[in-house]
Design a protein around this ligand. Sequence first.
Ligand SMILES: NC(=O)c1ccc[n+]([C@@H]2O[C@H](COP(=O)([O-])OP(=O)(O)OC[C@H]3O[C@@H](n4cnc5c(N)ncnc54)[C@H](OP(=O)(O)O)[C@@H]3O)[C@@H](O)[C@H]2O)c1
Length: 494
Amino acid sequence: MRAIFPWTMNQDIDIVIFGASGDLARRKIFPAFFSLFSRGLLPEGVRFYGFARSDLSQKDFHDKIMSFLTCRYSPQESCREKMDSFLSRCEYVRGEYAADTGYRYLLDRMAAARGGGVSADRLFYLALPPEMFSIVSKRLSENSLALPEEDARCSRVIVEKPFGRDRESSDELIGELKKYFTESQTYRIDHYLGKEIVQDILVFRFANIVFQPIWNARYIEKIEILWSEELGVEGRGGYFDEYGIIRDVVQNHLFQVLSLLLMEEPDSLEANDIIDKKVDALRHIKPLRLRDVVLGQYSAGAGKPGYIEDPTVPKDSLTPTFAFLKLKVASPRWHTMPVEITAGKAMNERKAEVRIIFRKPCGSLFCKTGKCQPSNALVIRIQPDEGFHFQIATKEPGTKMELKHKNLDLSYISAFPGKTMPDAYENLLLDSIRGDKTLFIRNDELEAAWDILTPLLNEIEKSRLKPRLYKFASEGPEVKRYSRKHKLCLNPPA
Ligand SMILES: NC(=O)c1ccc[n+]([C@@H]2O[C@H](COP(=O)([O-])OP(=O)(O)OC[C@H]3O[C@@H](n4cnc5c(N)ncnc54)[C@H](OP(=O)(O)O)[C@@H]3O)[C@@H](O)[C@H]2O)c1
């Protein structure tokens, strides 16, 4: 997908990161830009500006950035030189987000750095809480920093999730941003789409003919998406408590993965062709209701405090930290096949994976001997240790006919030895400069995702549903997964 698009920004680019004092900017954005810079993938004329309210000297700012830069792509000796060169292009601008002064100063600094000219293209990254998006965009526009699409200079904005709390607030946010940036200038980032293995789902499905005839409800019994992390909110409950696990992870990351699994083959690799099919897939998922979910909240366990014991969380919070959702897809390809999504914080392991479970054949040769084979399953492991693993039945070596379930493995580490895996943000930031929107969320994708969840979220809030408690570092609350008893076997084709 990437790399087939030409550069569309000129060689002078000013990149401004708002919220530059924050966690995301330090941990992800500056390190990703540095990796691209150190690989020579950014134009020679690139400059970076960090904008925030915090009182930081240039040195404080450089120290903050430096602490997270890594030399993954350059030998140690030349890396230090590259870091110095990168930092010499990074400038901190202190300003209030709602006042014009900081923006005017920013424009002056941009001009001064380029010998008085302001001809560079501009990329604005809003690493800020979403309630700041509208005011910052407005100020950018009023102070001639954000430029209309017709301007000879290119101007783009990147925004981070959360994109609203439901369909209505998402529409509002889209409407607000639209006043200052067109849809084609707006890049909504979901870092899951930048992960190599998530991009590989499209290749795996459509470049390997073996999977095409069996990629449907006739052969696939169910799809499971599992996401868990070992961490609780760890003192960052302010944001999480307002959103909960469904909005934080399911609406964006997991629905993006699901749409890639369910979509029909796109007409081309053009961004809009791919996104059209993803939107279509999402629109075929039936809106969820309370009966389709189990919600949980972690309590104390393994020496760790429970969710409501975190000082940043209200004591009476009903916010779910775990959700199990059963989805139905009303499309000809997927009709009757269940999809189950499980997502939880403070669980017993960190993992994100997809499990595609195939049906068993009816009256299998091996079942007749009382030695039924297990179902084939394709596991797409997103993290950690990304890779594809296809579980198949094999004969265990020996004198008896014993069947064993074994994996055909394609783990990235062994399949691509010595290859440095780019961080998801590196892929996405480079695409935003190149103008490739394939891996960004289009407004109608957001609408379709919120349409599935909004009725459920309204019901949860209206009924003040109490989540089930589960212990920190456990498997989460008990849930009733799609039962084996009701499984259908696969009849041979007539
Ligand atoms: N951290 C992640 O991995 C991650 C992942 C996905 C999405 N996000 C989203 O990306 C955005 C930035 O993430 P972050 O972790 O860097 O957040 P953060 O540290 O809480 O905030 C970033 C910066 O924004 C400014 N800020 C914070 N709260 C503000 C407020 N109420 N009003 C105005 N300015 C405020 C602060 O800078 P000053 O006070 O110096 O101005 C802060 O340093 C957030 O909206 C978050 O939801 C983060």
